[in-house]
Design a binder for this molecule. Structure first.
Ligand code: SF4
Length: 316
């Protein structure tokens, strides 16, 4: 399998590009995800010509309450426009990437909760996004973006990686050669994954594919892509997963002997109660599909949304 192109804050790969000429190497990104992801490292501050080391910069609120990025000790040194221009320039090179991993608290790269200061140096009591990543996220709202620190949380980690793999699949199967048929086939495979993340989203996407909402094909594909990536951003939980597992059981029950069916129900219930992890019922379902076959369920992205080697469904 070809590795998935992913943009990443350069310092997370161990490059000494930070203001103190240090790095913030992420072992998880470097040692684990690199088996699946092909990284495109970007340091916007170095990209606009700032040196390493360099005086630190921060977000401040100007007189019009606009956010500016300035040097902490010299507010006349303002790199806001340069960082925005650099983001616009980079967007052309990010067409292929299926995700972006950033670092928290950076006035350039932080995707949320970056502290904003008053011009007198006091905290402004608000936070915002880093100026560079804000431009990227506004222009590419469908792109999965996550902070490296949040990838330590198993739910957020699985959610981000699910979105990355789904996004790449959508690009490969639909965007590369758009057609209504390709979209219908894609949606058919993603029904249960979408349902696990949001039942309302599942209904909405189903209606969009069935009725096209009077949209031309290009517009339909873009609308579906945005909706899909928004829906997948919602966290699935034990209740929504159990609901999907019972739906899948409904397709298999004709083939299963009563004891096998009961065994699957028991494992789904153990999962719902937090006794076993999600991988337990999923493994059993995959086993029954291999044994009895079920074309429709076998092709569901829900059963294998990301490589099993990543162990992303092994948390309670
Ligand atoms: S600008 Fe971004 S990539 Fe560069 S050092 Fe700061 S956080 Fe890392």
């Amino acid at each position: 399998m070809n590795k998935i192109p992913i943009a990443i804050s350069s310092c997370l790969l161990g490059n000494k590009v930070r203001f103190d000429a240090g790095h913030k190497q992420s072992k998880y990104c470097l040692n684990t995800l690199s088996d699946w992801f092909e990284y495109q490292p970007i340091c916007p501050e170095m990209g606009i010509g700032m040196p390493a080391p360099r005086p630190p910069i921060r977000l401040i609120e100007d007189d019009d309450k606009e956010i500016r990025v300035v040097q902490v000790d010299d507010h006349s040194y303002d790199v806001t426009d340069e960082l925005k221009a650099f983001a616009k320039e980079k967007l052309n090179e990010l067409d292929d990437v299926c995700g972006y991993i950033v670092i928290r608290n950076s006035p350039s790269c932080g995707m949320e909760r970056v502290k904003v200061y008053h011009q007198n140096g006091n905290p402004a009591g608000r936070s915002d996004r880093g100026v560079y990543i804000n431009e990227i996220m506004n222009e590419r709202p469908e792109l999965p973006v996550e902070e490296e620190g949040r990838l330590q949380d198993p739910k957020l980690r699985e959610n981000f990686i699910t979105r990355v793999f789904a996004y790449q699949d959508f690009k490969d199967q639909v965007k590369v050669s758009p057609s209504v048929d390709a979209l219908v086939k894609f949606h058919s495979r993603y029904k249960y994954l979408v349902m696990a993340h949001s039942y309302a989203g599942y209904k909405k996407l189903g209606r969009l594919v069935a009725n096209n909402d009077g949209l031309e094909l290009d517009e339909l594909v873009i609308t579906y892509e945005k909706e899909l990536m928004q829906v997948l951003q919602k966290l699935a939980n034990a209740k929504s997963h159990s609901n999907v597992l019972y739906h899948i059981l409904g397709y298999l029950k004709e083939d299963l002997a009563p004891a096998a069916k009961q065994e699957l129900i028991n494992v789904i219930e153990q999962y719902r109660q937090g006794i076993v992890t999600l991988i337990a019922p999923i493994t059993l379902i995959n086993h029954y599909i291999n044994q009895y076959g079920n074309e429709y369920i076998a092709k569901q992205a829900y059963l294998n949304p990301h490589p099993v080697e990543l162990g992303l469904r092994n948390y309670l």
